[in-house]
Design a protein around this ligand. Structure first.
Ligand SMILES: Nc1nc2c(c(=O)[nH]1)N[C@H]1C(S)=C(S)[C@@H](COP(=O)(O)OP(=O)(O)OC[C@H]3O[C@@H](n4cnc5c(=O)[nH]c(N)nc54)[C@H](O)[C@@H]3O)O[C@H]1N2
Ligand SMILES: Nc1nc2c(c(=O)[nH]1)N[C@H]1C(S)=C(S)[C@@H](COP(=O)(O)OP(=O)(O)OC[C@H]3O[C@@H](n4cnc5c(=O)[nH]c(N)nc54)[C@H](O)[C@@H]3O)O[C@H]1N2
Ligand code: SF4
Ligand SMILES: [Mo]
Length: 884
């Protein structure tokens, strides 16, 4: 097996410079913005991260997640060897076993009895090989991706309107727009670098409208925030189209030349989409709605950006088409600064679409039409082509649960956490006769169900390409040698394909070989009917691949000429109507919304390693409107059970008047590895959009109830625990030099004390308050501490956390504070410079700071990645109104 940098597959060892010598240009591991990174390796597993000033997606900027990538490249927790069951196995044994079991199941039960569940976090080259193996050689389209949960409604919407899945915008359009409409997107947290580009344009006079049921930090900075009733986006957009028509803002010439309009389109739109009806359906003030509609009608250069508030709905595709209708009908497309813009979540969601990684597409933007199948079969010299679309994610896991799929391979995704109704998904995984999981981490909730676990190369080790939201393809480049026995995903899939008998079709030695084949397929028999075509220039040799600069396929404005990839060359207006929104049920009076935190990525397998990223939100919160909270007997900072028909989970309550009454919000990030409750995947229904198959994650009927515990505690440890502490509430965060568990429960504390490491005990007890404080000293340093109380207080964690790294034990350790006075900084707001809320508030008061820039000048806060700038703005507003 190749083990060193020099002999890993396909590497040009001369390319990787010795440590510290020269920066390597690569792409961020996280979101679909696709920021370029300039990485300088400083040691065996250490790297300095900076934004790449020459990358068109970010021009040097990075958000908090990208900035702190260096904290996540260590090897702790990594899966470094193939595992069969709980035993280490050689690659040969593991790969042979996977190939053999898949072949056996296929021989007995046919190709449709096996499945791959893959991910937008694979590189394009990985994705291409997996898709080819399944659809051309195994002969079924039962390969779906977590992008099904992410942007499949956008794909379906694009196909209906344009005839092909083409995003008609680029980031440069953001610099030219006069109006931004962010619908169902918490851009400030989830696409921060795009958001900063939008803010920069707003500072030059552009307007920002945010449409989100919650008042997010994105919404707080908007010129107008419409906190619509969840699920009412079609009404809102149809109302706007109708209003634009009345205001004379329809581009009749554009429609006549370039768009097919169904005969009764306008008549149907006219019904019930007047301003007053829409204001009622959306539950917003008619004056605000009119303000938005007037702005749109008056502003030709408008970009509508949308993400999960639109896509993750059982009406997601209709919601997407309502937005596309608006842009087509008003001619706000194909011109600088005018476009509908689906912003993608994962780093390579777009690359997955390009190779055809969804069960509903074949390859290279071709569907399962007769001609396409024949064409791809010819190109691949494939023995058994998939005949029709395969099972989409939710149906796939249902089929596994019903025993129709008997062998599953999961790559780069964590469905035991992230699928809707994840309790059923776990049952399905447990019942599946053969489960393979390729992951970079040793312990994941999904890996716990695997018969075979395969160690994949992680960011910083892998090599290949990704495509960002605006069709820009960039290279991810390896910074480190492959650790342990980890191997790139493409190599793993290829080796299994070869062992299944298809040696000649899977001969790749390096990612560049796969890339060239992918480019060729995009151009194969393509007379221009498919816009997706990769330029010949990218077809050069390995050297050209290594040196590849970011480039965009499809040009800046693929529809600039008004020609669309449909049979008649016209785009389509698609009639869509608002579906009735059900009234809450007596048993489930609330609507549960789920989404993301600024500094965590999905199931936290990587961001969970970075102490700085843990500071922004240390526990999973359920955000509740204060009126609901009081009415339902909750306390701010207390615990609560959230229950839905699918399951229940536990959260810390946070009152937040930015929630609409009747609606609650929880994060998606916590897992069984990082919490006892707080696992959100258990809660949503497995209901999907009928066209795209994307689950409706944002609107689940729910109930909430307070939970009391006898004691509260925290456990500070220099070493990771093997298992989650057993008590009602336990959540973990990484801290410098260790981990911190926040705990609460009713049972005996002895079980928790037993988790402390061996060493000398220092203890203090206060029976009256039920307080116990224990510190463990080993080799003269703090190895662990447990602070617990029934009725008393727990000290701030900051100083104690720092003691894990202190060279000696402070005499005041059990008091939880330094000798002398120690000001508590409060919750950390700026993670880059480690600045807390109290420090910021004090500076605003003492130095009369009037704006975010002044805070930056005084403290540095917000001047690096900028992710906390919305939070700083809010603190300023609060302080100014307090002062008044
Ligand atoms: N920090 C961070 N960034 C990320 C990720 C991460 O895990 N962490 N993940 C990446 C991925 S894969 C994705 S897909 C993106 C997701 O990025 P976003 O889509 O911005 O994130 P979400 O928090 O899922 O949801 C967006 C918003 O939709 C709103 N919403 C809910 N229901 C409705 C509705 O009916 N109508 C409207 N108009 N809005 C509604 C929610 O209140 C929420 O604020 O983020 C990417 N970036
Ligand atoms: N309730 C609710 N659920 C949701 C959502 C929501 O908004 N609400 N959003 C949905 C969306 S949009 C998304 S994208 C999904 C995300 O959900 P997941 O894809 O399940 O989340 P991740 O934590 O990103 O999982 C990636 C896994 O791949 C591993 N990994 C990382 N890099 C590599 C690699 O190079 N190779 C391999 N083989 N493994 C790797 C990581 O360790 C991790 O275990 O969640 C979905 N689920
Ligand atoms: S916005 Fe942040 S997470 Fe997304 S690609 Fe850029 S640096 Fe990475
Ligand atoms: Mo996503």
């Amino acid at each position: 097996m190749p083990r060193t940098v020099e002999d890993r597959p396909g590497d040009d060892p001369t390319r990787r410079p010795p440590e510290g010598e020269r920066a390597i240009r690569t792409t961020c591991a996280y979101c679909g913005v696709g920021c370029g990174i300039s990485a300088t390796v400083t040691g065996e597993r250490t790297v300095d991260i900076a934004g790449d000033p020459d990358h068109p997606a970010n021009r040097g900027k990075l958000c908090s997640k990208g900035t702190h990538l260096g904290e996540t490249v260590g090897l702790e927790g990594r899966l470094l060897h193939p595992m069969i069951g709980n035993k280490r196995a050689s690659w040969d044994k593991a790969l042979d076993l996977v190939a053999k079991r898949f072949k056996e199941v296929i021989a007995r039960h046919g190709p449709n009895s096996v499945a791959f569940y893959v991910s937008g976090q694979l590189l394009t080259e990985d994705y291409y090989v997996a898709n080819k193996l399944m659809k051309g050689f195994i002969g079924t389209a039962n390969i779906d991706t977590n992008s099904r949960l992410c942007m499949s409604s956008a794909v379906a919407g694009h196909m209906r309107a344009f005839g092909e899945d083409v995003v008609p915008a680029t980031y440069a359009d953001l610099d030219a727009a006069d109006l931004f409409i962010l619908v169902g997107s918490n851009t400030a947290w989830c696409h921060p670098v795009v958001y900063q580009r939008i803010r920069a344009r707003c500072e030059a006079g552009a307007k920002l409208v945010v449409i989100d049921p919650r008042r997010t930090e994105t919404a707080e900075e908007a010129d107008l925030h419409l906190a619509i009733r969840p699920g009412s986006d079609v009404a809102l957009m149809n109302g706007l189209l109708q209003y634009s028509r009345e205001a004379g803002a329809i581009d009749e010439a554009y429609l006549a030349a370039h768009v097919a309009v169904p005969e009764d389109f306008w008549d149907r739109l006219g019904e019930g989409n007047d301003l007053w009806s829409v204001a009622r359906i959306c539950d917003v003030a008619a004056a605000d709605l009119r303000h938005f509609y007037d702005l749109f009608a008056a502003t030709p250069r408008a970009v509508t950006l949308f993400s999960q508030g639109i896509n993750q709905s059982t009406a997601g595709t209709d919601q997407v088409n309502a937005i596309l209708n608006l842009h087509l009908a008003t001619g706000r497309i194909g011109k600088p600064g005018a476009a509908p813009f689906s912003i993608t979540g994962q780093p390579n969601a777009m690359g997955g679409r390009e190779v055809g990684g969804l069960a509903s597409t074949l390859a290279a933007h071709m569907d399962f039409g007769q001609e396409n199948r024949a064409r791809v079969q010819r190109f691949w010299a494939a023995p058994t082509m998939a005949e029709k679309p395969g099972l989409k994610a939710v149906d796939m896991f249902r089929a596994i649960g019903e025993g129709r799929i008997r062998a599953l391979w999961v790559m780069a995704t964590n469905p035991a956490v992230s699928m809707p109704d994840a309790g059923r998904v776990r049952e399905a995984l447990a019942a599946c006769p053969f489960v393979v999981v390729s992951d970079v981490m040793e312990k994941t909730d999904t890996g716990a169900f695997a018969h075979v676990r395969l160690p994949a190369a992680a960011w910083g080790e892998k090599d290949g390409t990704v495509t960002g939201s605006d069709r820009t393809i960039s290279r991810q480049r390896a910074l480190f040698a492959l650790p342990g026995e980890a191997m790139p995903d493409w190599w793993i899939v290829k080796e299994v394909a070869r062992r299944m008998g298809w040696k000649n079709a899977f001969t790749y030695d390096r990612p560049a070989d796969i890339w060239r084949e992918h480019c060729r397929l995009s151009n194969y028999d393509n007379d221009g009917a498919r816009i997706f075509s990769l330029p010949g220039a990218a077809l050069g040799g390995n050297g050209a691949y290594d040196a590849m600069e970011p480039f965009r396929w499809g040009g800046d404005h693929p529809f600039a000429e008004g020609r669309f990839p449909t049979e008649d060359g016209r785009a389509r207006l698609v009639p869509v109507a608002q579906r009735p929104l059900p009234e809450p049920l007596a048993k489930w009076p609330l609507t549960l919304n789920t989404g993301r935190y600024r500094d965590q990525w999905h199931t936290m397998t990587r961001t969970g390693l970075a102490p700085k990223l843990a500071r922004h939100r240390e526990e999973p919160l359920v955000e509740v409107h204060p009126d609901d909270g009081t009415r339902l007997g909750l306390t701010d900072g207390g615990l609560a059970h959230v229950e839905t028909p699918q399951g229940d989970s536990l959260y810390r309550v946070a009152f937040h008047d930015g929630q609409r009454p009747g609606e609650i919000f929880v994060p998606i990030h916590w897992t069984d590895r990082t919490s006892s409750g707080g696992r959100t995947g258990l809660l949503p229904r497995p209901l999907v959009d009928p066209l795209s198959g994307q689950p409706g994650f944002k609107r689940t009927p729910a109930a909430i109830a307070p939970v009391q515990t006898r004691w509260r505690a925290f456990l500070l440890l220099a070493r990771e625990l093997a298992t989650t502490p057993r008590c009602l509430w336990a959540t973990r965060v990484a801290v410098p030099a260790g981990v911190l568990w926040e705990l609460a429960g009713n049972g005996d504390l002895k079980a928790i004390e037993a988790l402390l490491p061996k060493g000398e005990h220092i203890e203090a007890h206060d029976a009256a308050r039920g307080t116990r404080r224990i510190a463990i000293v080993a080799n003269g340093r703090l190895a662990g501490a447990l602070f617990a109380t029934e009725t008393g207080n727990l000290p701030p964690r900051d100083w104690l956390i720092a003691q894990l790294a202190a060279p000696e034990i402070a005499p005041t350790l059990l008091a939880g504070r330094a000798p002398g006075v120690q000001a508590d900084r409060g919750p950390i707001v700026c993670v880059c410079f480690d600045i807390g809320l109290r420090t910021i508030v004090a500076a605003i008061r003492d130095q009369n700071l009037a704006d975010v820039a002044a805070i930056g000048a005084a403290l540095g806060a917000g001047t690096n990645c900028g992710s906390c700038r919305p939070a700083l703005a809010r603190i300023l507003t609060e302080e100014t109104s307090n002062a008044a």
